[in-house]
Ligand binder design. Structure first.
Ligand code: KIV
Ligand code: ZN
Length: 521
C-alpha cells in the first residue's frame, strides 16, 4: 500500500499572483469547480483580506465546492485571520492558512522585526486561528534562506500552538533538491512533536527546480505538496501540479507514494486555467503542451507507429488529452504519412500513394508542418486519373497602378501551350489566359477561398463552380499561393468537364458542346 501525498492547489491564490492573471469571482468559481473534479485535496481559494471581490469569490467557492479542503491565506494579524475564517467557514472542510517570514533577510529587511518577535506572533496567530477551526496551516515564508535552527524552533512552537500542517516554502526558488530534501529530513527527525502535523512544501521555480525540489521533499518526509496548474504563480511560477502528479504516477516503480488526483481531468483543467487567466501554455510544456504528444522526426514517428512505448512514456488518455498526434514534416517517412492517411480512413493503392507522397514532399518543403487538414485538402487536389491540362507555369502581375496580367503555361500531353492575358485582377487575368488556351466557353458561378490550417504559411483551398451549357462542375485546387490555388481549381474543373463529357474524338468532333477547334488548341 502506497503512502498518500496530499495535493494542495494554489492556482487561485499564488497562481493568480502571476502578472496579468487576474480572475473575476465567476472565473475563480469555475476553476474551483474543475479543481473539485480533478479531486485535489486542498484548494487555496484566495487571500480574502486583499479585496472585497476576493473575499466574495472565496466565500462562494467555500459554499459550493464539496470534496476538497478549502483554505484561505492570512497574515499573522487578527483582522486577516477573521476575514479568512469568515470566507471559508461554510466549507465542508475549512482550513485557515497563516504565514510569516522566517528568514533573517525577510525579518530584518521587510518586516524590521527580530526573530523572537516573529516567533511570538506566529504562535499567537496559530493559537487564535485554532479557536476558529481545527485545521490550521502555518507557513514559514522564505524557509530555504532561513537559519535551520530557527526553522526547527518555529516548527515545534507552531505545532504546539495547534498547527496541523507546517509548510516550508522555497519562496524565491533558491533551493536545490538534495539540500531541500536534507532540510525536510532534518525537520522530520529532529522536531520532537512533528508527528502531530503534516509537513508541506511550496516551491517556486526561479531556477527551474520547483518540481524536483518538491519530489525531493516528498522522498524525505513531506506529505503535502503545494502546486499550481500549468505551473503558473508569482515570477517564474510554482511547481506544476500536472508534473508532480504524473511524475509520481508514471514513476511509481521508483516513488512509493500516490495522490488522489483524477488524472483524466488534467487536460481539461489545464486548458480552462489557460483560457481564463489568458496565460498560454508553452508548446513544449511537460505533460500538457501541444507538443508533449507530437512526434516529428521520421525515426520517432516510425518507432511510435510500431510500438508507442518506443518514444512515449505518458498515454494521452491518462490525462484526458487527445491521442498522440503526428506533425508531419519533410523528414516524416512514407510509413508515417500512410499511417496518418489510414487513421483518416483513406486507403490509397501503391501507385496513388506514390503520387500523393510526392505532392506531400512538395508541400512539406514549402510549409514547415503538415497537419491532417492539409492532407485532406491534398487528397482533394490530387486527381489520380491523368488530367488533360496541367499547370506548368504561372506568373501574374498586379498592384495599385498596374494593369493585372497573367502568363499561363499549360501542358497537354506532350504539348506546351502558353497565353498572356489581362483582367480585372490577377485571378481574372489568369482565367482569361486559361480560357484562351482551352477555348472552352465557361462561366464562373461561384468562387470560394479558405485557409486550410492556421498561420501565414497556411494552405489556401479554392473551390470554383463552373458552368458549361447544362453542365455544372466543381473544381478544387490548393497551394500556399492563393492565385496558384485559384488557377489549379479552374483547371481541375476543366479536366473534370472533359472527362465527364467523353472522348474528344467523338463523331461530332465535340466534347458534348466543346468545339473541336477549342479542344485542339
Ligand atoms: O511563496 C510563499 O512563500 C508563499 C507563502 C505565502 C506560502 O506563497
Ligand atoms: Zn508562493
Amino acid at each position: 500500500m502506497k503512502e498518500r501525498v496530499m495535493i494542495f492547489d494554489s492556482t487561485l491564490r499564488d497562481g493568480e499572483q502571476t502578472p496579468g492573471a487576474k480572475l473575476n469571482p465567476m472565473e475563480k468559481l469555475e476553476i474551483a469547480r474543475q479543481l473539485g473534479r480533478l479531486n485535489v485535496d486542498v484548494i487555496e481559494a484566495g487571500f480574502p483580506i486583499s479585496s472585497p471581490g476576493e473575499f466574495r469569490a472565496v466565500k462562494e467557492i467555500a459554499r459550493e465546492v464539496k470534496g476538497p479542503i478549502i483554505t484561505a491565506l492570512a497574515r499573522t494579524v487578527k483582522g486577516d485571520i477573521d476575514c479568512a475564517w469568515e470566507s471559508v467557514k461554510e466549507a465542508e472542510k475549512p482550513r485557515i492558512h497563516v504565514f510569516l517570514a522566517a528568514s533573517d533577510i525577510h525579518m530584518e529587511k521587510k518586516l524590521r522585526k527580530d526573530p523572537e518577535t516573529c516567533l511570538k506572533e506566529a504562535v499567537e496567530a496559530v493559537r487564535y486561528a485554532k479557536t476558529l477551526t481545527d485545521d490550521v496551516e502555518y507557513s514559514l515564508e522564505d524557509a530555504t534562506r532561513a537559519r535551520e535552527e530557527y526553522i526547527l524552533e518555529v516548527v515545534e512552537a507552531v505545532i504546539d500552538a495547534g498547527a496541523t500542517v507546517v509548510n516550508l516554502p522555497d519562496t524565491v526558488g533558491y533551493a536545490v533538491p538534495k539540500e531541500f530534501g536534507r532540510l525536510i529530513r532534518r525537520i522530520k527527525t529532529e522536531v520532537p512533536n512533528i508527528e502531530r502535523a503534516i509537513i508541506s512544501v511550496h516551491c517556486h521555480n526561479d531556477l527551474g527546480l520547483a518540481v524536483s525540489n518538491s519530489l525531493a521533499a516528498v522522498q524525505n518526509g513531506a506529505r503535502q505538496v503545494e502546486c499550481n496548474i500549468n505551473g503558473i504563480g508569482e515570477r517564474a511560477g510554482n511547481a506544476a501540479l500536472e508534473e508532480i502528479v504524473l511524475a509520481l504516477k508514471i514513476r511509481d516503480d521508483f516513488f512509493e507514494y500516490e495522490t488522489g488526483v483524477e488524472t483524466r481531468e488534467i487536460y481539461r483543467t489545464s486548458r480552462l486555467v489557460s483560457k481564463l487567466t489568458g496565460i498560454s501554455i508553452p508548446i513544449n510544456k511537460a505533460v500538457i503542451g501541444i507538443n508533449a504528444f507530437a512526434h516529428s522526426s521520421g525515426i520517432h514517428q516510425d518507432g511510435v507507429l510500431k510500438d508507442k512505448s518506443t518514444y512515449e512514456i505518458i498515454n494521452a488518455e491518462l490525462i484526458g488529452g487527445q491521442a498522440a498526434q503526428m506533425v508531419l514534416t519533410a523528414r516524416s517517412g512514407r510509413h508515417a504519412v500512410r499511417n496518418q492517411l489510414e487513421t483518416m480512413n483513406y486507403q490509397l493503392g501503391d501507385e496513388e500513394f506514390a503520387k500523393f507522397y510526392e505532392k506531400f514532399l512538395e508541400l512539406a518543403d514549402k510549409k514547415k508542418e503538415v497537419y491532417k487538414e492539409d492532407l485532406e485538402a491534398m487528397l482533394i487536389d490530387v486527381s489520380y486519373a491523368e488530367p488533360t491540362y496541367e499547370l506548368e507555369y504561372l506568373q501574374t502581375v498586379s498592384g495599385t497602378k498596374t494593369v493585372p496580367a497573367a502568363v499561363v503555361r499549360l501542358r497537354k500531353g506532350e504539348e506546351i501551350l502558353e497565353k498572356v492575358s489581362t483582367g480585372a485582377g490577377p485571378i481574372d487575368a489568369a482565367y482569361n489566359s486559361v480560357d484562351s488556351i482551352t477555348g472552352i466557353d465557361l462561366s464562373l458561378e461561384s468562387y470560394n477561398l479558405r485557409a486550410v490550417t492556421h498561420g501565414r504559411d497556411a494552405l489556401g483551398e479554392v473551390s470554383v463552380k463552373l458552368t458549361h451549357g447544362d453542365k455544372n462542375i466543381i473544381g478544387r485546387g490548393m497551394s500556399t499561393d492563393i492565385v496558384e490555388a485559384s488557377v489549379k481549381a479552374y483547371i481541375d474543373g476543366i479536366n473534370k468537364l472533359i472527362k465527364m463529357t467523353g472522348n474528344f474524338n467523338n463523331q461530332n468532333g465535340y466534347y458534348n458542346g466543346i468545339s473541336q477547334q477549342a479542344a485542339q488548341q
